[in-house]
Design a binder for this molecule. Structure first.
Ligand SMILES: [Zn+2]
Length: 241
């Protein structure tokens, strides 16, 4: 019954349109849209509509989540679902938006700009999302945290992302292990890297950082890490270059 209602609600949302203001935010601020074909643009807007309406948004520490915040956060995350069939971040049970740096209690690292929880929560610092959106660079906290979420859909956020086919799964394991070790070695030797050195922390961070690079710097990733780029393309079902 719940499933039927979900499908009916999503079909209804897919027929609706974004407001001219929401469309303007997406066109001006989500730079990857310039690379999308017309049918991909329509699909991107549809996913944004579903996310805005169905994800549980919550402002923290007195922050009011505005239409602009929802549109831009959904706008970044929706790019990751362009190759998905019928998943709209349904398993995200809270998107918590903070007005500044997020303080953590029981952690070695007491401050953060974003987090993804294994129970389905996503935590984002709005100033960091804004910085991602308004000063384009290789980093993207929204893609980073939603990548952790997708990684956790198989029950564990460990960098062994869930592919549909076992061949793709095996290939990802081989390539990501090799590339992770290469990054660890490059960081240890202080060599310049295309991937954010933070990816050398562990395989889960490696996947999140590689996803940021895949969507934000696809051409650089493809020319320096062709196999990694190709394997991520199989996972996301999409070629951002
Ligand atoms: Zn992370």
């Amino acid at each position: 019954m719940l499933r039927l209602f979900r499908n009916w609600h999503i079909r209804r949302l897919l027929r609706e349109e974004l407001s001219p203001q929401q469309l303007q935010w997406l066109n001006e601020r989500i730079s990857i849209r310039a690379r999308l074909r017309p049918e991909q643009l329509r699909r991107h807007e549809a996913i944004v509509r579903v996310m805005i309406a169905r994800c549980p948004w919550e402002g923290c520490e007195g922050l009011q989540v505005t239409d602009e915040m929802r549109t831009l956060i959904a706008g970044h995350a929706a790019v990751m679902l362009l190759g998905a069939d019928n998943y709209y971040f349904d398993s995200v049970n809270a998107i918590l938006v903070f007005p500044g740096v997020i303080q953590r209690k029981d952690s070695e690292d007491p401050m953060t700009l974003g987090e993804a929880w294994s129970n389905g929560g996503i935590v984002l610092s709005w100033p960091e999302v804004r910085a991602t959106t308004y000063h384009r660079g290789a980093r993207n906290v929204v893609i980073h945290e939603f990548a952790h979420h997708l990684d956790g859909l198989d029950g564990e956020m460990g960098g062994s992302i869930p592919f549909r086919g076992t061949d793709d799964q095996r290939r990802w394991h081989e390539i990501s292990t090799r590339e992770y070790e290469r990054l660890v070695e490059d960081v240890r030797r202080d060599r310049p890297t295309v991937l954010d050195p933070y990816g050398a922390t562990n395989p889960a961070e490696f996947f999140a950082v590689a996803s940021e690079c895949f969507f934000e710097r696809p051409d650089r990733l493809r020319s320096h890490h062709a196999e990694l780029f190709e394997s991520l393309g199989r996972f996301y079902g999409f070629d951002p270059s």
